[in-house]
Design a protein around this ligand. Sequence first.
Ligand code: SAM
Length: 362
Amino acid sequence: MTNARRPLDPDKLKEYSRDLFGHLSGAMTSAMIYLGDHLGLYRALNDIGPANSPQLAQHTGLDERWIREWLYQQGAARMLEVDEDGRFSMSPEAAVALVDENHPAFGAGFFGHLPETLAVVQRLPEAFRNGLGLPYDAFGPEGARGLERGFAPWFRSLLVPMALPRIEGLVQRLEAGESVADVGCGAGVAIIEMARAFPNSQFHGYDVSRHALERAEQNRREARVDNVHFHDVRETPLPDDGSLGFVTTFDCLHDMTRPDEIMTAIHRSLRDDGDWLVADIKSYPSYAENLEHNPMAALMYGMSVTTCMSSALSEPGGLGLGTLGMHEERLTRMAREAGFESIEPIDLGHPVNAFYRIRSGN
Ligand SMILES: C[S@@+](CC[C@H](N)C(=O)[O-])C[C@H]1O[C@@H](n2cnc3c(N)ncnc32)[C@H](O)[C@@H]1O
């Protein structure tokens, strides 16, 4: 029976409508999380809570009536706890997810460029018509800053102490002095962390986003590290003389218009005994598998349309892999085509990313 002939089920319609408005509710809650983060309301409540709206208003210098309505929304959305006296507070879990920028579970950073993301949505109908997406710079400086805050906690807390030691011999080589590149480096947090930890090594970050590279340079200056340099990869390509001992790509291959070309360039840049550490979103070859295994599939496909696939289609001929497009099978095939022989998954217990050690030899 075709869809048109199926009779309308009133109970299913209620259920469907509940789901539909649940998504709108999620969008509204996301906007409120953006405001709470942007205005420092979570941080203030974490400092003084439990608190009612006059107390929070006094502490932040913001208008009580607006704070009251925001608190009511956050209580209703179960982002904040409310006691019988009408005072709101942050649970320990909320404090980690919304305030502690050094904890790997800090999530509020990803809401930081929500206004810029929604502004870009207005430009997407044109992309659906002409097929061309928008690069990361379409989100402006706040877009680069939002991604930075989203990804930084993991880099700051786990990259150097937990991830790098999983590649045999790498830490010793970095301590002795290596040449390292991070391709798709964004705001440079990962490579600055590595540069700080390994002062005898030289680090180079490459990206195509002007806003991200500006943030990276600012972060480098603030961190006072001088063994890291940032480049626009279109002006300064990777070295092609096999001079690098270690290359990283974090959450960016699927965003690139031509990841195949970058992989070939990475292969040319690496010594025969060098290592390439890849992080990319855990995904599967088929849509059905992604739906089955990824509870955040709707979020991921949405992010793909607004951001990842859009970036990967931002030039004519872009492959457009998208957020869930760089699964192990494709990565393995493309890495082999680029000249690599060994692709070895590394389980780092990350909720979203899969990690791989890739080498020229076995
Ligand atoms: C999701 S962000 C990840 C940034 C960074 N690796 C991190 O984890 O914070 C993806 C990055 O890939 C960059 N990118 C996209 N296409 C690229 C290309 N062809 N070459 C280098 N970087 C690229 C984007 O500009 C963006 O900064």
